[in-house]
Design a protein around this ligand. Structure first.
Ligand SMILES: Cc1cc2nc3c(=O)[nH]c(=O)nc-3n(C[C@H](O)[C@H](O)[C@H](O)COP(=O)(O)OP(=O)(O)OC[C@H]3O[C@@H](n4cnc5c(N)ncnc54)[C@H](O)[C@@H]3O)c2cc1C
Length: 466
């Protein structure tokens, strides 16, 4: 039987980052990924000669090279990756748009959002400044009980519309809870989105993933694709072997699972179903990728934005919708709209809306296909209220549903942000088994990578995982 110092379950961004960190210090480390392509939630596929990305609107936590203590630069240092190997393009500008009426525009310069708040909510300008100072000085990683972000923001800002407008991007880009979120999580996401800002790598997510995988392999790590983990063999309070669906057994000193907390509990075989169910998140989404001719760029209203976070619901609420899709709120992303990105002959307009997993689960295969087409048409009609009618120009369209997310990533109930209860310390009932990634609590692409690195530092390098 083959033995590794560490086995990592999942070749998504948290698993790759954890693997690089371990391999860099000489560990014999194996990543097991159930799919044929790495990347997990943030991967890619080919259709009609086009490379389509599954999950990349924008990365958060932008920092210019050399900025000390910035999470992005810390991450690169910890992975011994040179910033010179990547070209990062900053967002142009993004807009939060409520009822197609009230808007706040922001960029990677935090002063722009402050000026916008002062323009639209003049009575709140001073209080917004205090919120920014509080976020800058608050350590969200100290263990403390859940504090309602809504309650804290009500005390700090007072204005319901401003609170909802600030919350909407923060929630849709990283909140696994409905209605409200933990204030610490709010601070992490507020900082990542509004103070540090958004960017994307030049090239595709494939180039980014290829770079990470080659770096991992050059450091001596092994990545096995099409290698789904089925269960663990447990001896006492430790995982002794990881068992693949093929029946192959692999022994490991420590195991890091990025497959999500419910799946990780299920690998143990005797998980309490009530506990597993408590980790099923309810927030899932549909994502509609529209490919348009590049000439459409100049014809779309707000077409110079990178991302538009829109909401027509009154009152605004972040929750799993009662219908299959909530068209009244969502995200419109123009993935070409980043500084220094060359413009191609085609462009994309991606739209994300909250969606109800259980309703999508209930459709027959034929009905499921029909509903996908119907909701995409209805989405185009809604989004046209903001950007104009792009429907006749669509050259190619693809739709992901909560079932797509579940099928391709194993995320229970298609919950992109995973469990509503995060395992902040990464510990599990077994002493040498740790969770990293979405269910550990750092969200998004940069967050997932930071999680992989942090769990290795805390549990493997500190010796607590011995
Ligand atoms: C439509 C969409 C849009 C998004 N947009 C953005 C964005 O613009 N910006 C941003 O920062 N983030 C975005 N995200 C979120 C981001 O992609 C994730 O937060 C991040 O990639 C999560 O990484 P992870 O490693 O924690 O989890 P995952 O990516 O889920 O990785 C887990 C891996 O484990 C594998 N796995 C699961 N079960 C097993 C098993 N039994 N055996 C072996 N392998 C297994 C899965 O196949 C997967 O590869 C988006 C996500 C989606 C779906």
């Amino acid at each position: 039987m083959r033995h590794y110092d560490q086995v990592i379950i999942g070749g998504g961004l948290s698993g790759l980052a954890a693997g690089i960190r371990l391999a860099r210090f000489g560990s014999k480390v194996l990543i097991l990924e159930k799919h044929a392509i790495p990347g997990g939630l943030n991967s890619y596929y080919q259709r009609q000669g086009r490379l389509l990305e599954t999950g990349l609107h924008a990365m958060t936590n932008y920092a210019a090279p050399g900025v000390k203590h910035a999470p992005l630069n810390r991450l690169f240092r910890q992975l011994s990756l040179s910033r010179k190997g990547f070209v990062f393009c900053e967002q142009l500008r993004s807009t939060i748009l409520f009822r197609n009426q009230t808007s706040l525009t922001f960029s990677n310069d935090p002063a722009q959002l402050a000026a916008e708040v002062a323009r639209v909510f003049p009575d709140c300008a001073g209080r917004f400044h205090e919120l920014v100072e509080l976020v800058r000085n608050h350590d969200p990683f100290q263990p403390r009980p859940w504090i309602s972000a809504r309650d804290r923001l009500a005390e700090l800002l007072g204005d319901e519309l401003l609170i909802n407008m600030l919350l909407w991007p923060v929630m849709i880009y990283g909140n696994s809870n409905e209605h409200d979120m933990d204030f610490d999580q709010f601070v992490i996401m507020f900082s990542a989105l509004y103070l540090e800002g958004m960017f994307r790598p030049a090239g595709s997510i494939k180039n980014f993933l290829d770079h990470l995988v080659s770096h991992f392999r050059e450091l001596g790590g092994e990545l096995r694709l099409r290698a789904p983990v089925a269960s663990f063999k447990v001896e006492g309070d430790q995982v002794s072997q990881v068992v693949l669906a093929s029946g192959e057994e692999i022994s490991a000193g420590q195991v890091i699972s990025t497959a999500g907390y419910p799946a990780t509990l299920n690998f143990m075989g005797n998980a309490d179903p009530v506990e597993v169910a408590s980790h099923h998140g309810r927030m899932s989404f549909v994502e509609i990728i529209n490919v348009l001719p590049g000439s459409a760029r100049s014809e779309l209203r707000h077409g110079d934005n990178t991302i538009i976070f829109f909401n027509f619901d009154e009152p605004f609420d972040y929750r799993c919708p009662d219908e299959a899709v909530n068209l009244n709120c969502g995200v419109i992303c123009f993935p070409d709209n980043f500084h220094d990105l060359p413009k191609g002959e085609e462009m994309q307009l991606r739209v994300t809306h909250p969606a109800n997993y259980q309703i999508w689960r209930g459709y027959s295969p034929e009905e499921y296909r029909r509903q996908k087409g119907e909701w995409a048409e209805r989405s185009a009609a809604k989004v046209a209220e903001i950007v104009g009618n792009y429907r006749p120009k669509v050259l190619y369209r693809d739709v992901f549903t909560p079932l797509t997310v579940e099928r391709f990533t194993g995320k229970a109930d298609g919950a992109i942000y995973g469990s509503p209860v995060k395992v902040r310390d990464g510990r599990t009932p077994l002493k040498n088994l740790f969770v990293a990634g979405t269910d550990q609590g750092y969200l998004g692409i940069v967050g997932a990578m930071l999680s992989g690195v942090t769990m290795v530092n805390q549990h493997i390098f500190s010796g607590s995982g011995e």
